[in-house]
Design a protein around this ligand. Structure first.
Ligand SMILES: C[S@@+](CC[C@H](N)C(=O)[O-])C[C@H]1O[C@@H](n2cnc3c(N)ncnc32)[C@H](O)[C@@H]1O
Length: 262
């Protein structure tokens, strides 16, 4: 585990440009939701780890009208953001505090059906990720899944350069599309946010091949990587071979994600 902790300053910076620095954010949210092993009308329980501004939580509660969701985050202002975004869902949504690097919150995922997390697992080191995967595998319901969107560590210098260039390119394009200017892209560069161009000891992503192995070792029956762009991957594991009989159609999930992100 690492000694470094996310701060309110990190949250404030992330809020300013998250809509342009996260590659294809609506696509990522739609992909995560489309991978749920539960149908649109099923009743199931989701726990989101590090919910941040709450967009994914809002999209999930919109897309799955019988689902309940517990959103956890370490940072008070992020919990406030998430709470505001999901307030309209009443008792279906709840928000709580946790530190992903500590084991004391694990009981909150006892019996959960889906555990989902975007852009936080890379703050755990190898041992921390392995502990997390095992804790989730041990506690999920029999049909459950752990689905993660996160940075991954390239294993070769060529891949690091491709990831860095790809992230610059998508951030520049998204900044222009959103604002008509490159100011947010300049901020991304000045703040050295591109981990692949500016490695930082507080970010400890692991190679995707290692993480798939750790997921298998933790007890997930099927593990895979489902999406990968600019060094950002969506990957995870399922407890059972059985899937959703009527999963949400990807086009519906994307429409919901786009509406939430406006
Ligand atoms: C880059 S933001 C991602 C937020 C959101 N999941 C998203 O994809 O936009 C990282 C989030 O992780 C939270 N975080 C960072 N370190 C954490 C830790 N050790 N335990 C719990 N949450 C943490 C931060 O407060 C922040 O909300």
């Amino acid at each position: 585990m690492t000694d470094w902790q996310w701060s309110e300053a990190n949250s404030n910076m992330y809020r300013q440009f998250s809509h342009v620095v996260v590659p294809h954010r609506a696509e990522q949210i739609a992909t995560l939701m489309s991978l749920f092993p539960f149908g649109v009308d099923e009743t199931f329980r989701v726990v989101e780890l590090a919910s941040g501004e709450g967009y994914l939580a809002q999209a999930i509660l919109t897309a799955f009208p019988n689902a309940t969701l517990l959103a956890l985050d370490i940072e008070a202002t992020m919990r406030r953001d998430t709470a505001a975004r999901i307030a309209g869902f009443g008792e279906r949504g709840a928000v709580g505090a946790f530190d992903m690097a500590q084991p004391d919150w694990y009981p909150q995922i006892d019996g959960a059906d889906v555990v989902v997390s975007s852009l936080c697992v890379h703050h755990l080191d190898r041992a921390g990720k392995r502990a997390l995967f095992k804790a989730v595998a041990d506690r999920l319901s029999p049909r459950g899944a752990l689905l993660i969107a996160d940075l991954i560590e390239p294993q070769r210098i060529e891949a690091r350069k491709v990831f860095a260039a790809g992230w610059d390119a998508v951030t520049g394009a998204q900044a222009h599309a959103a604002t008509g200017s490159d100011a947010l892209f300049q901020m991304f560069v000045e703040k050295e946010w591109n981990f692949f161009a500016y490695p930082d000891p507080v970010d400890t992503p692991s190679p995707i091949s290692h993480q798939l192995l750790w997921l298998s070792e933790a007890g997930f029956a099927s593990v895979d990587v489902f999406w990968l762009q600019a060094g950002h991957a969506i990957y995870g594991g399922y407890k059972a071979a059985e899937g959703a009989s009527t999963p949400i159609p990807y086009a519906d999930a994307l429409r919901i994600a786009q509406a939430v992100l406006v």
